[in-house]
Design a protein around this ligand. Structure first.
Ligand code: HEM
Length: 122
C-alpha cells in the first residue's frame, strides 16, 4: 500500500537527515542547512503525514491518484533537497534539479489537495 511505503521511506529520510544535521554540527559547517531543512520537512515530515492520511483513510490510499501523488512526492522530496545541496556545493549550473524537484513536489501537493477534498468525509 502506498501509505505504508511513504511512511517507511519517510523514517529513512529523517534518519539520514538527522545524521546529516549531526555531521553539520560536528563540522561547524552549515552550508548545507537549507538542504537539511527541506529534506527533513518536505522529504521526511510531509511524506510521513501524507502516508499517515492514506493509512487512516483507506478509501484515499486506494485511489490511483494517491499512488501517483505518493510516488511524485517520494521522487520530488528527494530531488528538491538534493538539488539544493548540488547548487550550494557546485553552483548555479545545477539549478535545474531544485527547480524540477520543487515543481514535482508542488504538483504532488495539488494532487493531495484533490485527494483530501474527495475523501475527507470517508
Ligand atoms: C538529530 C537531529 C538533527 C540535528 C543534529 C540537526 C542539526 C541542525 C543544524 C546544525 C542546523 C543548522 C543551524 C544553523 O544554520 O545555525 C539545523 C537547521 C535546521 N534544522 Fe535541523 N537537525 C536535526 C533534525 C531536524 C529535523 C527532524 C528537522 C525538521 C523536521 C529539522 C529542521 C531544521 C530547520 C527548519 C533548520 C533551520 C533553522 C534556521 O535556520 O533557523 N532538523 N539543524
Amino acid at each position: 500500500m502506498i501509505g505504508s511505503l511513504m511512511m517507511c521511506e519517510s523514517v529513512l529520510v529523517l534518519l539520514f537527515g538527522m545524521l546529516a544535521g549531526i555531521a553539520m554540527g560536528i563540522e561547524q559547517n552549515f552550508t548545507l542547512a537549507p538542504a537539511h531543512v527541506h529534506l527533513n520537512l518536505v522529504g521526511g515530515v510531509l511524506l510521513f503525514l501524507f502516508g499517515l492520511y492514506y493509512r487512516l483513510v483507506p478509501a484515499a490510499g486506494a485511489l490511483l491518484l494517491a499512488k501517483i501523488q505518493g510516488w511524485l512526492h517520494i521522487v520530488g522530496g528527494i530531488l528538491f533537497p538534493a538539488g539544493v545541496a548540488m547548487v550550494l556545493l557546485d553552483g548555479p549550473s545545477f539549478e535545474a534539479a531544485p527547480i524540477v524537484g520543487s515543481l514535482i513536489v508542488v504538483i504532488a501537493m495539488a494532487l493531495f489537495t484533490i485527494v483530501v477534498f474527495r475523501t475527507s468525509r470517508a
